[in-house]
Design a binder for this molecule. Structure first.
Ligand SMILES: Cc1cc2nc3c(=O)[nH]c(=O)nc-3n(C[C@H](O)[C@H](O)[C@H](O)COP(=O)(O)OP(=O)(O)OC[C@H]3O[C@@H](n4cnc5c(N)ncnc54)[C@H](O)[C@@H]3O)c2cc1C
Length: 400
């Protein structure tokens, strides 16, 4: 590959919601800038962006001052406005975070305090008030978050894709960066594209793209599949809005929740099980090379050793529909196994540090002519607009 002459100013690798929001922010900041998004699939948003819960999180859960907290609060409001302005279906049903056991009450109270510190208004409810919102839900206490909204993130991504330049079927397989001379990338069909700078928004593959660039990310993407069921349509009236359990603070996942979607379908999930491939949407999909690579990473073993109990419970709920149903019945006692129908899964790109700790915050690093987005799990879809602006600001300062 040679670096003489540039096809564009910035190449963005990855046509998920973060890459597309970044391209949009770059164009908004510098209207003359030539930005191209390279997406390996035949269409944008086919991975995390198109396979999630569709919830615009209001910012309850995240450590005050963290990027997740700041960007979720700001991003949620901006995304609702974006949906309204671009005719994308959305709604603001609000949500309940429900404690079902007395030992969850201190954590629920801590969440209320955290939400308030993040500027998110919440109300603490007792069982009678829970029943007013969700008559079929069992709980001893709850938090009511009025501002939690929903939208179709894939529709948001498609709208962003309409506003920027996207090349699909363009898988980046090699990258050559020379300091002072920009970046050249080669796609799987042998085409070489040159740019002054590059942004890595490759989601489940972002650590590999960083390594292709010659940068050591210092973490590893570990794919955690989130499996869903949906309620039989005749039983969908059991859930009116969004109902979440009290999350386990040791994990960046929110726990299996009930989501009455904009289309009236109630989805139940996601759990969190290790995936046998980065794009492994079921147990049958395994990629030996990816597995070997993952198992060679000490962080994975340390994570497994520390959290094997949680992992074993999640595996049981993945392999046994009865166990999954029993877990859900704590929140929704009226359902049976027969009420749950299969629904497509998603895979989260969760970065894990070498000591086995799951990266807690969004992780964005800078290198010459390059910005890498190395950890953008939930609520990155909610927060995509401020994340995109943050990346654009960092990249433009390297181009100045
Ligand atoms: C089960 C589940 C539930 C979730 N629920 C929510 C929620 O309710 N609310 C919320 O805010 N967030 C939620 N999230 C998180 C949210 O979906 C992600 O944070 C967000 O979609 C990340 O977007 P992304 O653009 O970084 O990644 P992706 O959407 O995965 O996009 C990355 C893109 O890069 C492309 N790519 C990869 N490698 C290459 C390459 N070599 N060349 C070219 N292209 C490449 C991929 O094909 C892909 O399209 C959930 C996620 C999951 C999995």
């Amino acid at each position: 590959m040679t670096l003489a002459g540039y096809e564009c100013d910035v190449l963005v690798i990855g046509g998920g919601i973060v890459g597309l929001a970044t391209a949009h922010a770059l164009r908004a900041a510098r209207p003359g800038l030539a930005v191209t998004v390279l997406e390996k699939e035949p269409a944008p948003a086919l991975h995390q962006t198109g396979r999630n819960s569709g919830v615009i999180h209001s910012g309850v859960y995240y450590r005050p001052g963290s990027r997740k907290a700041r960007f979720a609060v700001r991003g949620a409001a901006e995304l609702v406005t974006f949906c309204a302005e671009h005719g994308i279906p959305h709604g603001t049903p609000g949500k309940l975070i429900v404690a079902t056991e007395p030992e969850e009450l201190p954590r629920l109270h801590e969440l209320a305090q955290r939400a308030r510190r993040n500027g998110v208004p919440v109300r603490e409810l007792g069982p009678a008030q829970i029943a007013e919102y969700e008559p079929a839900v069992a709980g001893i206490a709850a938090l009511r978050v009025e501002t939690t909204a929903q939208c179709d993130f894939a529709a948001v991504a498609r709208e962003l894709a309409r506003l920027v330049r996207v090349r699909v079927n363009a898988e980046v397989v090699a990258i050559d960066r020379r300091v002072g001379r920009g970046v050249a990338v080669r796609t799987a069909c042998g085409e070489v594209l040159r740019a002054r700078a590059m942004v890595n928004c490759a989601g489940l593959h972002s650590d590999r793209i960083a390594r292709l660039t010659g940068d050591e990310p210092g973490l590893r993407i570990v794919p955690f599949r989130g499996e869903f069921y949906r309620l039989r349509p005749e039983r969908a009236s059991l859930v009116r809005g969004l109902v979440y359990p009290v999350p386990d603070p040791a994990f960046p996942f929110l726990g299996v929740h009930l989501t009455a979607g904009l289309d009236g379908e109630v989805r139940i999930g996601p759990n969190a099980v290790p995936s046998l491939a980065r794009e492994g949407y079921d147990w049958r999909t395994a990629r030996l090379r990816e597995l070997v690579d993952e198992l060679a990473y000490p962080g994975v073993w340390r994570l497994a050793r520390r959290h094997w109990r949680y992992g074993a419970r999640e595996l049981r709920r993945s392999w046994s529909k009865r166990a999954f149903t029993a877990g859900v019945r704590r929140l929704l006692p009226g359902i049976t196994e027969d009420d749950l129908l299969p629904s497509p899964a998603g895979v989260r790109a969760q970065a894990v540090l070498p000591d086995g700790t799951p990266a807690d915050d969004f992780e964005v690093t800078e290198a010459p002519h390059t910005v890498h987005v190395l950890n953008a799990p939930s609520p990155a879809a909610t927060a995509c607009l401020p994340i995109g602006r943050d990346i654009a600001r960092r990249l433009l300062s390297t181009l100045a």
